[in-house]
Design a protein around this ligand. Sequence first.
Ligand code: FPP
Length: 254
Amino acid sequence: MILSRSRASRKPAPDAAGEGGQGAPPRHVAIIMDGNGRWAKARRLPRLAGHRAGAEAVRRTLRAAAKLGIECVTLYAFSSENWKRPEQEIADLTGLMKQFLRSELDEIHAANIRLKIIGDHHAFEPEAARMVDAAVEKTAENTGSTLVVALNYGAQDELARAMRTLGERIRAGTLEPAGVTPALIAAELDTANLPPLDLLIRTSGEQRLSNFLLWQVAYAELYFTETLWPDFDEAALAQAVASFGKRERRYGGL
Ligand code: FPP
């Protein structure tokens, strides 16, 4: 299901201009990659097979996003709530992340893509955390597009951390409470300096945000598809982007 108006046009966002409408590609697309488990279950396969197929979908989607000229892709790979999953599944997901870095990092770097993490990946086992740190460092100076991976990320936690930082500044006397503006809060979030979020996609038919980018979603277009994440491909992304292109973004105006 698609939540939007149907005519295409572009108007500036209140604080930071997003893109969209009139066929322009979204600058920043975020994806809640859902449905790996159901994909595996439908095939009587273990959940790990679904996550493996999900990792393939990540590879396909990143290539497709580059072709479509999308500047920034944010993937919800592991939420701060995913620690509730069985230990074996957490180990499998961590293993897949490591494998992904081993197999894709050179290509990501060669494509001038910068890797950025939101959330706190240092909660993962030390080797995985070190590999992520090394990948971020290696690609830090890249100037092409940005791949943002949410690892051990929760939007409420992100907001709480930002509020704590601002609270400390107020306590230190360097900030007045009246000086706390949306722009100041945005600058303290993990997503500071990224393009404004234009399009949020969730696969597998679920229609909720699951503690993902709650602040950033304020003026994003939402796109829900029944496609399970492991089946997501270039055509599915192109369809989401085409839907975005038809939206009229009014940012509260007329
Ligand atoms: C949701 O499916 C998916 C996840 C919790 C993890 C996403 C992980 C990947 C796509 C694989 C590796 C990631 C990278 C970045 C290489 P689910 O297990 O919740 O599915 P279900 O709702 O059908 O059970």
